[in-house]
Design a protein around this ligand. Sequence first.
Ligand SMILES: C[S@@+](CC[C@H](N)C(=O)[O-])C[C@H]1O[C@@H](n2cnc3c(N)ncnc32)[C@H](O)[C@@H]1O
Length: 323
Amino acid sequence: MILHTPVLLNEVCSFLRPESKLIVDCTLGHGGHAMTLLSLAKDAKLIGFDVDEIMLKKAEFRIQNSEKEIKSSGATHHPSFTKEDKKENNNVEEDWGRSRKIEERVEYVHESYANIVSVLEGRKMDFILNDLWVNLEHFKAVERGFSIRGTANLDMRFDTSTWASAADILKTYSTDQLKDMFEHYADFSSAKAFQLAQHIVASRKQKAIITTQDFKILLNECGLWDKACTVIFQSLRIETNKEMDNLKKFLSVFPETLNSTWRCLIITYHSTEDRFVKQAFNALVATWNYKLVTKKAVQPNYKEVAVNRAARSAKLRILEKIN
Ligand SMILES: C[S@@+](CC[C@H](N)C(=O)[O-])C[C@H]1O[C@@H](n2cnc3c(N)ncnc32)[C@H](O)[C@@H]1O
């Protein structure tokens, strides 16, 4: 199984209070963050969301077997524990034995994190983690149509039960809608985005764009090579999964779900996402009920980036409720 490496794992754990009782992982993925959070906050229950059912099943399998994995990884203590806490945590085997069974501690939710309020039904959280973007498996599983490599139907949906695949978008969007997508999510200039949109609309009248290679060839015809193709594919994925809309909805509602002295951590990988998070957090801080735990976004150090290139653009922002 290809495993997604959790980004900024030590940093995320250092902001967890071990006494936390209710934790939300908005994007379980392969459960890397969730497993470690559960091992550190031993009395906590975790509610894990993922819109991708395949990820949810994999996370569940991994978390159920996590006692063994955590023991063998040697993750024995919380980075911010005191000496006494560390002494107490020296024997992981004993710790796991002492806590409730893992299957009783986790609730798996096949829903968008944007619907957090309705899913939680009034339950208040101590710690929320939202690690945005994609799982490594989305790119590696070529048949899901996320990658410019290999040939597959141009799908790109996290949740395959939703209507519009990436191919449906290329087939039905107007020139202006396509232009906006490339301008906002691929950072293309307005003129360049418009030219590309026009070319797509003209080409699709001649030949339908069905596979990843159909689209890549069309981009090559416009003088766009691998690096630019990757950015265009990324913009199409963001649009297919309504990633910015989901984030904006989440940012407008998550404070309702928080306990007093709770923390919300968001990891972004795109400048537009990070701008939305920064603006939403600053607006909450201005109400005097919240504070930023770190003034600047936390970023991975060079050692992490050297072993996990996917971490290179990550930015972690942390908000705390103070009353
Ligand atoms: C970066 S991965 C999370 C990795 C995870 N933290 C780990 O340690 O394995 C992002 C995950 O978010 C999921 N996702 C994307 N949009 C979502 C949404 N609106 N609601 C819930 N999950 C979503 C994707 O399917 C993917 O599995």
